[in-house]
Ligand binder design. Structure first.
Ligand code: NAP
Length: 269
């Protein structure tokens, strides 16, 4: 199944590799995973605005194609839970300056006692193993370029534990520790590591978490002004445009009305 998946798209990968190899030598290249919506989509636009050639990856190909056409980037199919898909994607990138590990999300809100192993597996596969696969596939290229940057979009769920969120908080903690470990393991090499840990951002995140239930998703942002995807994208753009001796290690960003995962000020209707 995995092999068939990568073979299906081999012509895309070859074409992408040739296109990237033919870019002018001073064009900086960025990869954004999970670029078909939300933070990833906005980040791809922001990095393109800053002059990067952006390679966008996700499963919803039609959205990626539209975005790549808009920003003059390259769209490639990517399922970060599929080893073969990640390997084929990474092999198509001949040089790379910025990797944004953004693909991820949450499924459900349940107590530990009611935890669904299927939901946990989805969250760990996507957020943790997905990030592991992409960094393992792309670190050699990032280092070889001589000025690499890895931005990982974790969450305040990577810093706090909150009731009924253990599948997501544990996955985001693990993703963050993976990212922070690499900061040490690559010390002395020409690559920077920035973790961005957002609070509430109004994207498709809650819709995915609540399995398409729009009323439940909207309730998450009730009575407050959440951040929008562009708020986080602009921060990625800021990080990616610092001089290469400057490493922003960790950035925590929340809406003004959000104190922490379990505490927010909400205006009464
Ligand atoms: P979103 O709109 O749901 O975007 C999630 C992106 O991840 C989509 O492009 C989706 O694309 C992609 N994705 C999911 N599974 C994937 C897979 N197996 N392979 C490849 N791509 C996959 O949500 P978002 O808020 O922008 O989320 C982006 C990141 O920010 C996530 O890591 C999330 O945990 C984190 N975050 C979000 C918030 C928030 O409040 N929104 C707060 C803190 C952190 P496809 O479905 O097309 O594959």
């Amino acid at each position: 199944m995995s092999t068939a998946h990568s073979a299906d798209h081999s012509a895309d990968h070859t074409a992408a590799r040739e296109r990237l190899a033919a870019l002018p030598a001073d064009t900086r290249v960025a990869v954004v995973t999970g670029a078909s919506s939300g933070i990833g989509e906005a980040t791809a636009r922001e990095l393109a605005r800053l002059g990067f050639h952006v390679v966008v990856g996700a499963r919803r190909r039609n959205r990626l194609d539209a975005l790549a056409a808009e920003i003059d980037g390259t769209a490639l199919p990517l399922d970060v839970t599929d080893e073969a898909s990640c390997a084929a994607f990474c092999a198509a990138i001949p040089r790379l300056h910025v990797l944004v590990n953004n693909a991820g999300g949450a499924k459900g809100t349940t107590s530990v006692m009611d935890a669904s192993e299927e939901q946990w597996r989805w969250m760990w596969e996507t957020n943790v193993l997905g990030t592991l696969r992409m960094v393992r596939g792309l670190m050699p290229t990032l280092v070889e370029t001589g000025d690499g940057l890895v931005v990982t979009i974790t969450s305040i769920a990577a810093i706090e534990a909150y009731d009924n969120g253990s599948g997501y908080t544990s996955a985001k903690h693990a993703q963050a520790v993976l990212h922070r470990t690499m900061r040490g393991e690559f010390l002395g090499q020409p690559v920077r590591f920035t973790e961005i840990a957002p609070g509430m951002v109004d994207t498709e995140f809650s819709l995915v978490r609540f399995d398409g239930d729009a009323a439940k998703a909207e309730n998450v942002y009730r009575g407050l002004t959440p951040m929008v995807a562009e708020d986080v994208a602009e921060i990625v753009g800021f990080v990616a445009s610092r001089p290469s001796h400057v490493n922003l290690d960790q950035i925590v960003v929340k809406p003004r009305d959000q104190h922490s995962a379990m505490r927010a000020h909400r205006a009464e209707a």
